[in-house]
Design a protein around this ligand. Structure first.
Ligand SMILES: CC(C)(COP(=O)(O)OP(=O)(O)OC[C@H]1O[C@@H](n2cnc3c(N)ncnc32)[C@H](O)[C@@H]1OP(=O)(O)O)[C@@H](O)C(=O)NCCC(=O)NCCS
Length: 176
């Protein structure tokens, strides 16, 4: 299994679609309602590919050959006052490959990638109570708080979302 950055996402398109569809079907709250139609999954990855081409998104894939078993994205902020900040997005591991450290290793690799790109503050959010919260806490992310009713699930119910951050380097406070 390799974890690497790619700028040629479409080479993995069938596997990426399968992972997204399976992950959402498995109950993940990552912006979609189950079942995700094949066309919606394909359109999503093509939009990500375009964003990667423009340099607005950096993406890591964990793969065995052509079979992608995990992925995570980094969106560096384009704002002038946030050139040190990036958002972690869409961490997902294929349901058949969970519980063996791929999620943790993707996050560790993403932090390294962030630092290489000059980003020292990471922010992310996740469904409150999700197992991902345990992963982020163990990796040293600080829980900021929870926004109730942040999402609307397929059955019309609301989901709460918890926000986290991590400073990858401890910076001294700048003068105000
Ligand atoms: C969250 C997710 C990425 C974890 O990936 P994974 O490869 O299975 O995770 P790992 O094997 O690296 O485990 C890392 C930590 O996650 C937590 N974790 C993973 N599986 C867990 C489970 N079944 N129950 C409880 N905690 C679990 C644990 O804290 C674990 O640390 P530990 O091994 O020291 O106990 C994966 O479950 C997933 O893709 N979920 C659906 C998508 C999603 O919700 N993404 C988060 C969006 S913000």
């Amino acid at each position: 299994m390799k974890i690497e950055q790619t700028t040629n996402l479409l080479q993995y398109l069938p596997a990426l679609k399968d992972m997204l569809i399976r992950t959402v079907a498995d109950g993940a709250s990552i912006g979609f309602h189950a079942p995700v139609p094949d066309a919606e999954a394909e359109a999503y990855w093509r939009v990500v590919d375009e964003s990667v081409s423009r340099g607005e998104t950096l993406i890591l894939v964990a793969h065995v050959g052509d079979k992608v078993i995990g992925t995570v994205q980094l969106a560096p902020s384009p704002k002038a006052n946030a050139s040190h900040r990036a958002e972690v997005q869409k961490l997902m591991v294929h349901p058949d490959a969970r519980g063996i450290g791929i999620g943790r290793n993707l996050m560790i690799a993403l932090e390294k990638l962030a630092l290489e790109n000059g980003r020292t503050l990471l922010i992310l959010d996740t469904l409150t109570g999700d197992i991902a919260e345990g992963l982020y806490t163990k990796l040293g992310y600080t829980r900021v708080g929870t926004v109730p009713h942040y999402t609307i699930e397929a059955d019309g119910s609301h989901g709460d979302t918890t926000f986290f951050y991590k400073h990858l380097i401890q910076e001294s406070k700048s003068a105000s």
